[in-house]
Write a protein that binds this ligand. Structure first.
Ligand code: AHR
Length: 552
């Protein structure tokens, strides 16, 4: 395809001009009509250049027995005054179901490698109480015997599968490699997937009311095996991975997908050495996914979740944007042994982990308020996954509720959704659609770091996907003050209609609270547009979804 010249592009943009109906707070957002174009940015959507299908599992979540994630966040118990469905917080189920969660990962995280799944099955009143992996965190010192210190095991495998069924997500279980045996893993598979009546563990499941096997497909073999998951060397972990996954694993007709414990951030040595040791015994053949974890944070006056400075805004976004190079470098390293790239990336922990954060509840370890800064971290990360739909098969934002980059906060019977939730709601349209290549051009945003060195980040970025005649284009504008007038050209079709949903806030420090739950929320408006292109102004510090109906 030949690129349209700038003059031709501008002419088309004016001819296909449009008007916007967005609210005042969007500060100049919207399409142009009868205006002289002063666009300094352009986006080209190349419909004939598919990347791959965007796996719904990319839109995944993570629930660890950590702080207030499970107990309080997800599980309130059947006897609770908090409205619940079989013990699971009803408001959370309803809000989560609405954004189509592709997958949910459980029970950890670091917790997983201390967890015995057998403690969490069978009659609840007979389940043992165990020390939680996170029990020694000094913040719990004066909080008594809370579940974050001593796990009552009321929430186990059956309860987790119940949550997955309620919200329509696939389950993704993390296997304890550090402190349980391969045999215990086989038996967990048996509990989950063996037909009723066939084995003792299947009988335990059936006795709790689940006759039908769960058919769990996704299994993470350990977590952060280089750290809390056993402090293994790559070669030692490869040996454990082989022991847990080869030959004798019972399948019960399920196409099991094993996920190896990959590196933190950009550690290529871990991947190189694990893959070499696995290839030596032909064990890469059975691997479905290779995990990658990436958390970002800002320093100095940017470190706080809410009271960050401008530099902290940009530094956090730049930190999140590292996902692009992490995917590229891991993918390249994986390809050295897996030449056909059968093994995909599973980014099963990602998010903004702020160094300081005002706590909503002291027992909610790593709970952190969420602003537009976190929303942009989510938007640009999901866009990165979409642009690499051929490489990333699954991902999970850390964590779903009351922890790190959450979609929800809960307290008692109250629940509030964060700006991050709204991003997932907007981006759900990408799931199962065909990602197509996009070309972006916009002036960079720039700032100086604490040492006074100049730094820069792209001025506009995003992703596009198509399903039948529906084109979804999601766009992040990271500039704190500048709206971005942009020419959008759709190559390979013409625009019949456009609807814009914009997430922005009066202040980038605004948060949603129990008292004021709707301070940051998206607004949707129709945009009158037709033709091969569209002029659109993206407000500063915003995320926009353009739902474009193609003419044919
Ligand atoms: O998400 C919190 C923790 O971060 C997880 O338990 C661990 O895997 C990671 O280090």
């Amino acid at each position: 395809m030949t690129a349209m010249g700038r003059r031709e592009f501008l002419a088309a943009a004016v001819a296909g001009g449009a008007s916007a109906l967005l609210p005042d707070w969007a500060r100049g957002a919207g399409a142009w009509r009868d205006r002289t174009s002063s666009a300094d940015a352009r986006i080209e959507v190349l419909l004939d250049e598919p990347i791959g299908t965007i796996a719904p599992e990319i839109y995944g979540h993570f629930t660890e027995h950590l702080g207030g994630v499970i107990y309080d966040g997800v599980w309130v118990g059947e006897q609770s005054k908090v409205p619940n469905i079989g013990g699971v917080r009803r408001a959370l189920v309803e809000a989560l179901r609405a954004i189509k969660p592709g997958v949910i990962r459980w029970p950890g995280g670091c917790f997983a490698d201390s967890y015995d799944w057998r403690d969490g099955v069978g009659p609840r009143e007979r389940r043992p109480k165990r020390t939680n992996f996170w029990a020694d965190d000094p913040r719990f010192k004066d909080l008594g015997d809370i579940p974050a210190k001593y796990d009552p095991n009321a929430f186990g495998t059956g309860e987790f599968l119940h949550v997955c069924r309620l919200v329509g997500a696939q389950p993704y279980l993390a296997v304890n490699v550090r402190s349980l045996s391969a045999r215990a893993f086989d038996e967990w598979l048996e509990f989950c997937n063996a037909p009723a009546g066939s084995t003792t563990w299947a009988g335990v499941r059936a006795a709790a009311g689940d006759r039908d096997p769960y058919g769990v497909r996704f299994w993470g073999i350990g977590n952060e095996a280089w750290g809390c998951g056993g402090n293994f060397t790559p070669e030692q972990y490869a040996e454990e991975y082989r022991r847990f996954t080869t030959w004798a694993v019972p399948r019960y007709g399920v196409d099991l997908a094993f996920i190896g414990s990959g590196p933190s951030g950009g550690d290529l040595d871990w991947t190189q050495r694990c893959f070499a040791a696995l290839a030596e015994r032909d064990a890469l053949n059975g691997m479905w996914g290779w995990s990658l974890h990436h958390y970002c944070s800002a320093d100095g006056a940017g470190a706080d979740a809410v009271a960050f400075d401008d530099r902290g805004w940009y530094e956090l976004l730049a930190g999140a944007n590292r996902m692009e190079s992490l995917i590229a470098s891991q993918w390249q390293e994986m390809g050295r042994r897996d030449r056909e790239h059968k093994i995909k990336l599973v980014v099963d922990e990602w998010g903004a982990w702020h160094k300081t954060a005002p706590l909503v509840d002291a027992s909610h370890l790593f709970e952190s308020q969420s602003t537009m800064r976190d929303a942009l971290v989510a938007g640009l990360t999901l866009d990165t996954f979409n642009r690499h739909a051929d490489k990333v098969a699954m991902a999970a934002v850390a964590q779903l509720v009351n922890c790190i980059q959450s979609l929800f906060f809960t307290h008692g019977d109250r629940l509030v959704v964060t700006p991050v939730y709204h991003v997932f709601a907007m981006y759900a349209a990408h799931q199962d659609a065909r990602a197509v290549r996009t070309v972006w051009s916009a002036p960079q945003v720039s700032w100086t770091n604490e040492k006074g060195e100049p730094q820069a980040l792209w001025g506009l970025n995003g992703s596009a996907s198509v399903r039948d005649r529906a084109l979804t284009l999601t766009v992040t504008n990271p500039a704190l003050a500048a709206a971005r007038e942009t020419e959008i050209a759709v190559r390979g079709s013409t625009i019949a209609s456009v609807r814009a949903t914009t997430l922005a806030a009066r202040s980038v420090h605004d948060v949603n609270s129990f008292e004021h739950p709707d301070v940051v929320r998206p607004a949707t408006a129709d945009v009158a547009a037709h033709g091969p292109s569209l002029g659109y102004t993206f407000p500063p510090a915003s995320i926009t979804k353009l739902e474009i109906t193609l003419a044919g």
